[in-house]
Write a protein that binds this ligand. Structure first.
Ligand SMILES: Nc1nc2c(c(=O)[nH]1)N[C@H]1C(S)=C(S)[C@@H](COP(=O)(O)O)O[C@H]1N2
Ligand SMILES: [Mo]
Length: 166
């Protein structure tokens, strides 16, 4: 009886409250808001560096319009961050430290391995290197991405991703 009650409670927490997101311990570098199911501060999902590093890290080697020569980036995939927060939607509003903002289709993150890059050539991206987070498309692998449209979506100094309502 007691066990059944406990099981029921556990089920309630697993299903009823969506999946929980751990709380950040360090400085928050990314806030995700909008149409998401996993939150840790009101309706928002806050990430410190460690939480983003805990996601599977991917590597993209590519030239970009903003770097000299071949650059190596690492960080989580955009789609893994969206999955982590249970994002439901087709469009993201991505805002940078300098209040630059761009609409980024969720489809880009599904069709391509787009990084929320955290390191460049092995070193953390600092704000002065256009970090701490830089949306990096795999330009070399998919040259069709090298358009003005995609360049406007290549937001650097990303601090906020809002998952827009449908
Ligand atoms: N944080 C931030 N990211 C940004 C921008 C910006 O002003 N701030 N400009 C965008 C635009 S409009 C383009 S075309 C590309 C290239 O900008 P650049 O020509 O200034 O290098 O970066 C994009 N990412
Ligand atoms: Mo632009």
């Amino acid at each position: 009886m007691r066990r059944a009650l406990m099981g029921g409670l556990l089920l309630f927490f697993l299903i009823g409250s969506g999946h929980a997101l751990e709380e950040p311990e360090g400085r928050v570098i990314l806030t995700v808001s909008g149409n998401i199911t996993a939150t840790n501060a009101g309706n928002e999902a806050l990430f410190d560096r460690g939480m983003l590093e805990a996601l599977e890290q991917h590597t993209t080697r590519t030239h970009t319009p903003w770097h000299d020569g071949l650059a190596t980036f690492t960080g989580p995939l955009g789609r893994d961050v969206l999955e982590k927060v249970g994002a439901q939607g087709t469009m993201l509003r991505v805002t940078a430290l300098n209040d630059y903002a761009a609409n980024v289709p969720v489809a880009d993150f599904m069709e391509y391995d787009v990084l929320l890059a955290m390191t460049l050539d092995g070193a953390p991206l600092r704000v002065r290197d256009q970090g701490p987070l830089f949306i990096i498309y795999p330009f070399d692998e998919f040259p069709e991405l090298l358009t003005e449209k995609v360049m406007t979506r290549s937001v650097w100094q990303v601090v906020h991703i809002d998952v827009l309502p449908e």
